[in-house]
Design a protein around this ligand. Sequence first.
Ligand SMILES: Nc1ncnc2c1ncn2[C@@H]1O[C@H](COP(=O)(O)OP(=O)(O)O)[C@@H](O)[C@H]1O
Ligand SMILES: [Mg+2]
Length: 215
Amino acid sequence: MSGRFITFEGLDGSGKSTHLRFAADWLRERGLEVLETHEPGGSGLGQAIRGIFLDRRWAGMDGLVELLLVSASRRQHLIEVIEPALARGVWVLCDRFSDSTWAYQGAGRGVPERDIAMSDALATSGRRPDVTLLFDLPPAEARARGRSPKRMAESSIDRLDEEELAFYARVREGFRRRAEQEPHRFRLVDSSGRRSETQAQVEAVLQDLWTEASS
Ligand SMILES: Nc1ncnc2c1ncn2[C@@H]1O[C@H](COP(=O)(O)OP(=O)(O)O)[C@@H](O)[C@H]1O
Ligand SMILES: [Mg+2]
């Protein structure tokens, strides 16, 4: 059986990590080999770039510089980790990929579409996810979830956490536009409800993929 490339997209606090772990367990229970990975990062070099990208010292970072950093991270991640895994038949579950670039650097920062298209083409050589789950909910709710006392104790505030809600509203719309443009690749998951309700939607997507792959 060949591998699948499945990406998890949405705002911080939208449930990507929670449901990526669930999906990985669900697929492993069915005997599949699964790789859990994330961007920016996903490789040693990628993690180093992520450190620069999220560092609050660089509050004035230009949008185009952001684009180049996440693209560099993506390139290394793709050639070192993702492509070899897919070639071995592994199911690759990736927390953020190209759609985050369109949403954050494009819709959020206002980097022109042609620049994003060019940079992303260089980074990915045209590699697209087979399926993308977009976890959608209002930015204020995502922020509240992302900033629960438990999470605040575990992780420090990063550069992007300091953006105002209007920025995240643009990012959310950017994600939704991507989903409208590629309805066959995207599965829109309403993440505004209880975790169990979101999980049921994720499981339905997994069931479809599993049925298709095993038939
Ligand atoms: N419907 C839901 N789906 C996922 N997480 C939820 C949901 N409702 C509340 N939560 C909480 O919101 C947080 C989501 O965080 P996380 O999965 O890390 O999001 P992300 O990786 O997108 O930043 C977790 O603390 C989780 O318990
Ligand atoms: Mg996460």
